[in-house]
Design a protein around this ligand. Sequence first.
Ligand SMILES: [Zn+2]
Length: 79
Amino acid sequence: MGLIQRMMTAIVSEETAALWEAETRQYQATCKKCQHQYDAWDIGAIIYKATSDRHALVRCPACGKRSMTWFDKRQQPDN
Ligand SMILES: [Zn+2]
């Protein structure tokens, strides 16, 4: 867990922290350099009820290269 995640989840209930993690894990990106797929939680971010800008300069957890990345919300299964 990243520093921001530790600070944020420390001030809310376990239930809320779990909600944040579940929501954040729905946002995924693919590294342009090595094609590694990861979610926003993996890189220490919290995305909760995000409405607009999900662009961020992130460091790939696999290859360590920084790049501007767009997090796509994972499609929910129909059933
Ligand atoms: Zn990478």
